[in-house]
Write a protein of this length. Structure first.
Length: 363
């Protein structure tokens, strides 16, 4: 009988997206009778505790640079580089202690540069082999790619949550370049995958849904702009704040209902019954919407070049609509887009994930 493996999962802590896409991966590992241990900060541990019954937890917070109100995000991150290197080194040293103390057999890191080991197999999850820069600086992207490749090569495997062919989500961020030899495509990751349709839906009333994500100040700015634009409609607006912690509900003027957090099943009910959906163009958000068959209006975080590229790329494919945050005025035209992506995405993703995990666990 195969030994039960202790598998450590370490998500990046820039919002809940990176943790969210680790949930389906962790569930699959649990189904294979492995002991999953999540390693992150308090906010993400609360999410994992709800979504992964039986999983262990270790306090192992990651680097959180925040967002700037005044300068583009890529410049802000560049200025934080010395702090990032310090955190990478300290993260790597602490990981060594965790591996020894908890007898870890496998480490899975979502975009955490220091969470690799020479003692045990380590896996890196990313959809960004290419870190996009503004179009005027695109010539210099090779510098960021080499920087990223240096860390990817420290790992046994690099898992890319996308499909390998022409039908894909990430576009030039993953495709059209020479990938590392340890790279494997695993299809889209969504915590909604495999869920059975509910017998009843508590959100069957007419409503539009706004999904907030990412740190302040941009989260609050988007909320104010969108809710102000939607107040002219008779339909109720449901705002999913995306904040970890207890599930709290509040109503504003009877037309806006806000939830700090919803359980996965309730969040699915809200989305599938929405007249329209407005959200950031974060990669995890896009994967989850596709898994539910829901299109949306994508509003990228200003200055975050990855989200700006993804919004343009997916709108050009006809899969989503997009608008810049600065273009939101006092009224907004609500989208009613129909899903335009091939249905084979979900089935192919399942096959790719199972194949990659077979290789990682049995090699």
């Amino acid at each position: 009988m195969d030994k039960i493996k202790n598998i450590l999962i370490c998500p990046l802590e820039w919002g809940l997206g990176h943790a969210g896409r680790m949930i389906p991966l962790a569930r699959e590992l649990q189904k294979r009778n492995n002991n999953v241990i999540t390693a992150c900060g308090k906010a993400h541990q609360e999410l994992f505790s709800r979504e992964l019954p039986g999983a262990g937890h270790i306090h192992f917070p990651g680097f959180r640079p925040g967002y700037s109100r005044f300068i583009p995000q890529w410049i802000y991150l560049l200025l934080k580089t010395p702090l990032l290197f310090y955190h990478i080194i300290s993260e790597h040293i602490r990981l060594k202690r965790i591996i020894r103390k908890h007898d870890i057999d496998l480490v899975i890191s979502d975009n955490r540069f220091g969470a690799w080991s020479r003692k045990v197999k380590s896996v890196y999850v990313t959809h960004l082999p290419v870190i996009p820069l503004p179009d005027s600086l695109r010539y210099f992207e090779w510098i960021g790619m080499l920087f990223h490749r240096f860390f990817i090569n420290r790992y046994s495997f690099c898992l890319i949550p996308d499909l390998p062919g022409k039908i894909n989500l990430s576009g030039r961020l993953t495709h059209g370049i020479k990938l590392p030899r340890n790279a494997r495509f695993i299809g889209i990751l969504s915590r909604f995958s495999g869920m059975t349709p509910p017998e009843s839906n508590n959100f069957s009333f007419p409503h539009n849904t706004v999904i907030l994500s990412g740190p302040e100040p941009q989260r609050g700015m988007l909320r104010r702009k969108v809710t102000n634009a939607l107040k002219h409609f008779d339909t109720t607006t449901v705002v999913l704040e995306g904040k970890p912690g207890p599930e709290t509900r509040s109503a504003e003027n009877g037309k806006v209902i806000s939830y700090n957090h919803l359980a996965t099943g309730e969040m699915r009910d809200v989305l599938v019954s929405s007249s329209s959906i407005i959200t950031r163009s974060g990669y995890t958000s896009v994967m989850e919407l596709i898994s539910l068959g829901c299109s949306a209006m994508l509003i990228p975080t200003p200055g975050q070049t990855e989200q700006e590229y993804l919004a343009r790329h997916l709108a050009a494919k006809g899969w989503f609509l997009t608008i810049a945050q600065r273009q939101i005025d006092k009224m907004i035209t609500l989208p009613h887009p129909e899903p335009a992506w091939p249905e084979c995405i979900i089935k192919e993703s399942r096959v790719l994930l199972e194949k990659a995990l077979d290789e990682i666990l049995n090699q």
